[in-house]
Design a protein around this ligand. Structure first.
Ligand code: NI
Length: 178
């Protein structure tokens, strides 16, 4: 297991459409997932997508009990989601601030669907289907966007709500500025 380098915005590997995972229960997949959790926890992230460490597969992880980067967010179960499909269950979207480990030091308010169903499989190819709302729905939309080559700044509608974390959220720990 190892903490891997997180690619930053501008790297063309973050703009690719990821390939489906086809082989399960392999040492390679298990090692990749372990590295992703090490990397996410090391960065205090709420989620991480495989393309962020340069692996072009449809694999995201997320979840936390309490997250320093999103102190007001309710807990999200720790999840490995592979080959995901999202379905909005309402047309309604809401704006809220998010950041990204690939876009360090910045935050923006981004519209996301408030209520969605996500389906896919876990690391053992076991089906996952959940209907979620709020921050859980936001995290999943953000992470799955990484599999489509989309970073959150590409979703911003109001650029007056895009700025440096240390300026907009001065009370936040500077070590969690991304
Ligand atoms: Ni991100």
């Amino acid at each position: 297991m190892a903490v891997r380098e997180i690619l930053k915005m501008g790297d063309p590997r973050l703009l690719r459409v990821a390939e489906p995972v086809r082989d399960f229960n392999t040492p390679e997949l298990d090692a990749l997932i372990a590295d992703m959790f090490d990397t996410m926890h090391h960065a205090n992230g709420a989620g991480l997508a495989a393309p962020q460490i340069g692996v072009n597969l449809q694999l995201v992880i997320y979840g936390f009990k309490q997250n320093e980067r999103y102190p007001d967010a309710p807990s999200v179960p720790e999840t490995v989601l592979i080959n995901p499909v999202l379905t909005a269950l309402s047309e309604r979207k809401e704006d809220d601030f998010e950041g990204c480990l690939s876009v360090p030091g910045l935050r923006a308010s981004v519209p996301r669907f408030t209520h969605l169903r996500y389906e896919g499989v876990d690391q053992h190819n076991k089906p996952i289907s959940r209907d979620v709302t709020g921050f859980h729905a936001r995290v999943v939309q953000h992470e799955v966007d990484h599999l489509l080559g989309i970073l959150y700044p590409m979703r911003i509608e109001d650029f007056s709500k895009f700025g440096y974390t240390e300026v907009m959220f001065p009370d936040m720990d500077p070590n969690d500025d991304d």
